[in-house]
Design a protein around this ligand. Structure first.
Ligand code: NAD
Length: 345
């Protein structure tokens, strides 16, 4: 930690996740955003410079400088200045970069695209914050796994749950990407289970879960349909209350005209979330129903932003802060995550 007591943070990989996490770090009064890496000249780097973020070149700085970018140094220079790196490069670059982080003596957070065994532990703030306290290398689980961990963690702390069957409809690509999607088609994954179920067990080892996944032609959000075996008493209302009261889960009021993922993203904009993001799990209240001894949950996941608060909490845990609840409250307060729309109908 720096002499002034603020945690010095560097971002390596300034894309969909990295640019959001950089903005979130800049909002924390116990952290200092030292800089972000620039890998190529693009619109994200232009915006980073306009925000005043120091840019550190990966590889040759000349093309960036020729395009008018002010470069503060190399990636190695950035590593020399920070306590911890948040690596949000495309997998498997994060795991490959660990050699550099070890050599520089900095801690590092990897993202969910990396294999679980690349880091000392996988992380979800609600599920296993304590496991990351003091660790050097931690992996924040993926967007879908984060959503599943928040919801299954909240439900299993209220009732005894058995087998979970999860059907995941995955957005084909992020809104700002091009050329990577399925068009007018649905692509099943033939991995049984899909990687999501086993990934949940890296943070909630006692959950018995099997998942299947389909890629669908949309960019906005993922949608999950869960069927959860109940091994003890739980009513529909109790299940809804468990989700309503849990942090980072937004129970969508049934009569508010929030029937589609597009309407949920519009709510994110109306709530003034950065970039119109939606960092909470968006669970439809009317999609939470107990029927024949099974609990059904239908929920949407904003893949671009849901892991942002988790990265911030992982920084605090790894730098030795043991108070999970206080970290999550602080993070949520700075990011505008709350329960503002929960009480409506
Ligand atoms: P992205 O492609 O949007 O961004 C990656 C960034 O890394 C780009 O800006 C690219 O220029 C930069 N980069 C490429 N090579 C680099 C290098 N050698 N050094 C430094 N920077 C380099 O990727 P993303 O969607 O943000 O995903 C990053 C990680 O986050 C992956 O592990 C992914 O699985 C995970 N993740 C993604 C999402 C999502 O929906 N996009 C959600 C949760 C987790």
């Amino acid at each position: 930690m720096s002499s002034k007591g603020r945690i010095k943070v560097g971002i390596v990989g300034y894309g969909t996740i990295g640019k959001r996490v950089a903005d979130a770090v800049a909002l924390q009064d116990d952290m200092e955003l030292v800089g972000v890496t620039a890998n190529s000249y693009n619109h994200r780097i232009i915006a980073a410079q306009r925000k005043g973020y120091a840019l550190y070149a990966v590889g040759d700085a000349a093309p960036l400088q020729a395009a008018g970018m002010e470069i503060a140094g190399t990636m190695d220079d950035l590593l020399a200045k920070v306590d911890i790196v948040i690596d949000a490069t495309p997998s498997p670059l994060g795991a490959q970069n660990l050699v550099k982080y070890r050599k520089a003596g900095v801690k590092a957070i990897l993202q969910g695209g990396e294999d679980a065994d690349a880091a000392e532990c996988s992380f979800n703030a609600q599920a296993n914050y304590a496991d990351a306290v003091g660790k050097s290398y931690v992996r924040v689980v993926s967007c879908n796994t984060t959503a599943l961990s928040r919801v299954l963690g909240a439900l299993s702390s209220r009732a005894k749950i058995g087998h979970v069957s999860a059907t995941i409809m995955r957005r084909a690509m992020d809104p700002g990407e091009k050329g990577k999607t399925v068009m007018n088609a649905i692509e099943p994954s033939f991995s049984f289970p899909s990687h999501h179920g086993p990934d949940v067990k890296t943070v909630l080892p006692d959950i018995d879960i099997f998942s299947v996944a389909f890629k669908v032609p949309t960019t906005l959000m993922h949608v999950h349909s869960l069927e959860i075996e109940l091994k003890g008493p739980l009513t529909t209302e109790q299940a809804r209350d468990a989700l309503r009261e849990a942090p980072r889960i937004h129970l969508l009021p049934p009569k508010a005209g929030l029937d589609t993922t597009a309407q949920i993203m519009e709510l994110g904009k109306d709530l003034g979330q950065p970039r119109g993001d939606f960092m909470e799990v968006a669970a439809w209240e009317k999609g939470v129903q107990v029927e024949g001894g099974k609990l059904h949950v239908i929920m949407a996941v904003h893949q671009e932003s849901i892991v942002v608060p988790e990265n911030i909490d992982a920084v605090r845990a790894m730098m030795g802060d043991k108070d999970a609840a206080a970290s999550m409250r602080k993070t949520d307060g700075t990011l505008g995550i709350g329960k503002r729309a929960h009480k409506g109908k």
